[in-house]
Design a protein around this ligand. Sequence first.
Ligand code: PEP
Ligand code: MG
Length: 755
Amino acid sequence: MKKDTVDLICSVGELASLFESDAGLKGFLQKVVSLVAYHMKAAVCSVYMFDEATGELVLTANQGLNPDCVGTLRLKLGEGITGRAVKELRAIREGRGSSSPFYKYIPGTGEERYEAFLAVPILNGNQRVGALVVQDPQPDYFDDNDVKALRAITSQLANTIESAKLLMSLHEPAALITPSAGFFAPSSTRIIHGIVACEGIAMGRALDITANDQGWLTDTASASSLTEDDFLRALRKTEEQLAELQRQLGERMSDVATLVFDAHVLILKDSGFSGEMQTRIRQGNPPDQAIRNVIQMYVDLFSNSSNSSLREKTHDVRDLGLRLLSNLLMRTSESADYHGRIIVADDLLPSDILKLSAQRAEGVVLIGGGVTAHISVLARSLHMPLVIVKEALLTKEEKAQGPFIILDADQGHVLINQTSDVIHQYQSLLNARADGDSAAALVAPSTTTRDGQRIRLMANINLLSELPSAQRFKAEGIGLYRSEFPFIVRKSIPTEEEQFRIYRKVLESMPDQEVLLRTLDVGGDKMLPFFPAVSEANPFLGLRALRFSLRNKDILIQQLRAMLRAGAARPLSIMFPLVMAVEDFEEAREVVQACIRALKDEQLPCNETPRLGVMIEVPSAVELAVELARASDFLCIGSNDLIQYTLAVDRTNPNIANLFIPHHPAVLRAIKRVAEAATSQGKPISLCGDMATDERIIPFLVGAGIHAFSMDPKHIPRIQQVIAALSFKDVCRLAGEIINLGSVKAVEARLSITP
Ligand code: PEP
Ligand code: MG
């Protein structure tokens, strides 16, 4: 039987099935090697884990070699083909391993029978996690496709294997513990003001998942009639729920749905976790108490760890505890998900937002800290209202009770324990919005001013799951596909093949309309979680967006190849974020041309004439707009960044949010200049930042020559109405007047903006 590689192994469903047994962490890795050996029809498959402390690779799971070597065979970095692959962060394939200069004979393994050798490092970004190795007796057995397949698997599993590694390390000496954090103060019916990270209104009982003490965890009233069987039933139910959540996520969001519940499953199956609970129950502890105690132990261990990856898993442990207890005590209303709950958290990763959405949380209050641009963009894509408050929200007693919260994320208010009157008013507002949503679906297929000027309204897309709403709201194309989300939420670099599938879906969703794919925009506050954090004093002025891509060309090349392949046989537009000069755009264009040549050489179908665009986001690009328009095929204004860099106001800093003024005359003048530059060179221009949804500024923008906007699709009906009420003639005159106003106040007066 021939090897079946990428397709099967890339499926999240199949990887998720790795968890379907009680074999624990080692069992999980053993299943990985069996699955890979099976699909690749390879005689040997091994997982090595990298031990940072000793700098060695340890054989942790294997099929085909002498089983005694598991746990004892250790390779130094650079030693043998495997050690070399991990040291140099690259896959090494040898047709005849024994003739390789890197080959090292290891007596007792039985590997001398196996000639063909393929070792692929398992990396989280550039961090070494371990290696996945296949071997076979038939020389030259592995080919390029096998390399791609193993890369696909390692990229999907890197994060999970990293979690497995962390959990294994827990059972070793507890050097991870450092002193614990402080506590906070109380109150009752009240309104707390915060900063909006994602608009919307939500209501529900609070569920506190902050690092501090939690009511449900310290609840000492035990249900003494419960038995070990009840515990085992709760355990099974919890496993089923997690499998179901993972399955649903895979179905709903294939672009970002890697194994986001993997850490949950690994922890649950860890003998030190559920096994310890069972031991305590057998020693006579009531099951709920056993769960609470072990959860508390893990929460302490994780939350106090100096290892940030372990600290991040504290949420997962709490969530598991809640699930186990709810299933045990059959609080069915709480057991399956967070429906009807407002989550109170003290830190959030992009994958947390995804998990909370999969668990149907209504909204989130984040305490302290800012949110990265990506968290708020992701929250918007998932329709998850999110407000950031400065200080602790709930008292210790409230945490236990879960008070009723109204989260007014339109105004930035968190209303706690309100009267039924207030709740009723908000409920009516929510009902009216639901009606409004369906009426919005009646939006017209095209947009014009009342005197007939056509304006194109397109969709900003961050997740594939938003494509249906872009269609529902009759977006005339996709004006911004933010390609970084699959990178960020997956916590590893998606392979070319995975990216290709994602981009193809985006393009296929609008077969007859323009789709602008933007290359990776990371850096600033949008860090790739797996990439070695570069410490920069001014990250927004640092290695961001196109600069990052040009510095990491292998990532850029992989992405461009995937885009060019996805755009074969249809028009394709690719744009580059944060272009600062003609040179960086030209360098990017050369990489595109090199990718096209390589794809043609490989006889892979691709788009050979993509339209290449420049995002205007910094003042230097405004100054050079004419040259950039001449050098490129189109311009697109990223107003969020253009405001940030024109005004030197950090777009994520809540303390200076009042200084982030979209209608600042300097910003408006810059936009008009860019529009004129594009027109002078006969190149199209669009605008895709939040300004596109600001109805106070739209008249100016239309008058200034911006006739294509891209926005979260839900805003299209409103903006369509705003535009339909405009006279093009009048707004052109208005734009001409505004451009001569030299103060914020004067602009506000002319546009009737109340500060
Ligand atoms: C912008 O800067 O306006 C933009 C659309 O890009 P992002 O918000 O992703 O930085
Ligand atoms: Mg931007």
